[in-house]
Each structure stands twice: as structure tokens, then as C-alpha cells.
Write a protein that binds this ligand. Structure first.
Ligand SMILES: *[C@@H]1O[C@H](CO)[C@@H](O)[C@H](O)[C@H]1NC(C)=O
Ligand SMILES: *[C@@H]1O[C@H](CO)[C@@H](O)[C@H](O)[C@H]1NC(C)=O
Length: 279
């Protein structure tokens, strides 16, 4: 169900600024790293890889933190408990999350996310927080040219995704898709679909034509998520002011990890923004 099975391992490349010409090389290396980290357990000579997603809901501005290691990293539970104490809501322990296709929080790493055993840490809400205006990131999901064919029992439309300031967008929805403008044919059944896009800087729309089998249960609910272009640590460290609360937290988190683990943990810190809509 994927346009590209790619992973945003951009932070591997430190401060190098991403551009069209290096993105492909990064994708290839990213996949190699991903496969390696699944197949071989870490030992003392290798840093443990930790995936940390900061998630901000673009509608409610609620934020939370999602943490996972791809292997059964020993000591992870303790580390996560400590992270919850340090950064989380007072007296709220980290919760272990069941990973399945309905879990939208890890969609930026889909389908690799199915190998993860994640924890969630609720972050305190800051009553003084005012969302920047105009917003740095904007997601608009719309159904263009929507038509219902009662006789054929179908609804057809162009699903358009507009994602200013956001890359690696993923949408997920439940439907019986009869036709779409993707490479492979959709499964002939009602199913959950993930459509992932590997965007380049400066491109902020994509679309897919869909024909869905009726009846729909009302309108189509679409979960959407992506990575804030300026919310990647340490890749965007030098532009951290543009990354809002995610980057402020990552800066602290990076320092905390260095102090508590002495550099044995290599964390991929990604600031995600998302929400849900019906079209
Ligand atoms: C996902 O959600 C759908 C509808 O809410 C439900 O039917 C399905 O069983 C869920 N899948 C899993 C793996 O929990
Ligand atoms: C919607 O339909 C019009 C008229 O057929 C067409 O020109 C336009 O490109 C369509 N829009 C999209 C997003 O496909």
C-alpha cells in the first residue's frame, strides 16, 4: 500500500542540508540501516538505536512523546520510565502501546513501524502556549471532484493532500477501494490502507484518485501525519527556532540522553504533526 517503502533516516547525515540530489542516496542508506538494525541485535560496541517521535496534534495542539527500540533492547523499560519522570505529566507513568495497523502515531515509519514495541509518554500541556500565526505547518486533506454513482455503487474522487512545511506524509483510512492511481491494485476487500509519500523539499501537494465501493459509513475518515520539516534533531539543530516546542524538547532530551546514557544510545528524534479529518 505504499508509494515507497522508505524511512526518514535523514539525521544520520548530521548537518548536511538535504536537497534533491542527496535524497536518493539517503533513502538507500536508510533502508540498509533499517534492515541491519532489525537483523542484528546490538551489543556493547554498538549504540542502541532509539526512535523518539514528538507528536503534536494540529487541531488540538496536544502533544505527546512516543519511544521505541526495534529490538528487545535491555533496559529500555527503565529508561522510558525515567524519561516519563523527567519529561512527562507528573505522576503519569509511560504506557506500553500495542502496535497494529490502527496505530497512527507511528505512521511516519510505516511499514517498518510494525517491528516496534512502542511506549507513550503524555507531555504536560502548557496553558501559555499560543500556536504560531501563520502556522509553520499546515495539512489540508480534501476530496476534489467527488461523484457518487448510485447505479454502480461507487464514490470516486481525487484525494488531495496539501502539506506546507511537512515531509514524509502518510494518510491512512478504512475502505473497500476498487480503483486507485497507484502502481499495484488494491486488495478486493474492505481494508485499512496506508499511502505514504516521499516528498522533496519545496513540494507540498500530492494526490491520488480513488474509487471506493459504497456504502461508506458516512464520509471517509482520514488519519494524516507527517514530519515537520524543521522538527528533526539534530538535522535541523541550526534552525531550531523554527521547530517550535518539538525542537525545544529535543534539545533538552538530547542533553538528558547524553547525561544519563553516556552516549550509548543513538536516538532518532522526529517531530511529527498530524490529525484526522473526514472528506
Ligand atoms: C482497527 O479498527 C477497526 C475499526 O475500528 C477494527 O475493526 C479492527 O479490528 C482494528 N484492528 C486491530 C488490529 O485492532
Ligand atoms: C476536477 O475536474 C475538472 C474538470 O473535469 C478538471 O479540470 C480538474 O483537473 C479536476 N481536478 C482534479 C484535482 O483532478
Amino acid at each position: 500500500y505504499n508509494l515507497l517503502l522508505t524511512l526518514p533516516f535523514a539525521h544520520r547525515f548530521g548537518h548536511r542540508v538535504l536537497s534533491r540530489s542527496v535524497v536518493l542516496a539517503i533513502l538507500a542508506t536508510g533502508i540498509a540501516i533499517g534492515i541491519f538494525s532489525i537483523r542484528s541485535p546490538f551489543d556493547d560496541m554498538h549504540q542502541k538505536r532509539l526512535f523518539v517521535l514528538h507528536h503534536e496534534n494540529l487541531q488540538t495542539h496536544a502533544q505527546d512523546l512516543h519511544i521505541a527500540a526495534a529490538d528487545g533492547a535491555p533496559g529500555l523499560e527503565l529508561l522510558v520510565a525515567d524519561i516519563a519522570k523527567e519529561f512527562g505529566v507528573t505522576d503519569a507513568p509511560a504506557s506500553f502501546i500495542t502496535m497494529n495497523d490502527n496505530n497512527t502515531d507511528w505512521n511516519p515509519l510505516y511499514p517498518f513501524s510494525s517491528f516496534l514495541s512502542p511506549y507513550k509518554v503524555d507531555l504536560p500541556s502548557d496553558p501559555s502556549f499560543v500556536p504560531p500565526s501563520p502556522p509553520q505547518e499546515q495539512f489540508i486533506i480534501s476530496a476534489v471532484n467527488s461523484t457518487v454513482d448510485e447505479a454502480a455503487g461507487t464514490r470516486s474522487f481525487t484525494l488531495k493532500v496539501h502539506h506546507t512545511g511537512i515531509i514524509w506524509t502518510v494518510i491512512a483510512f478504512d475502505a473497500h477501494v476498487l480503483k486507485w492511481t497507484l502502481d499495484d491494485s488494491p486488495p478486493d476487500e474492505f481494508a485499512r490502507h496506508h499511502i505514504k509519500e516521499a516528498s522533496f523539499y519545496g513540494e507540498d501537494t500530492w494526490s491520488v484518485d480513488l474509487t471506493l465501493k459504497l456504502p461508506l459509513t458516512g464520509l471517509l475518515k482520514v488519519d494524516y501525519i507527517g514530519i515537520g520539516e524543521k522538527r528533526m534533531w539534530p538535522g535541523k539543530k541550526s534552525e531550531k527556532a523554527g521547530g517550535g516546542r518539538a525542537m525545544m524538547l529535543f534539545e533538552e532530551f538530547d542533553r538528558y540522553l547524553e547525561e544519563t546514557t553516556g552516549g550509548t544510545v543513538d536516538a532518532l528524534l522526529l517531530g511529527c504533526v498530524g490529525g484526522e479529518t473526514v472528506i
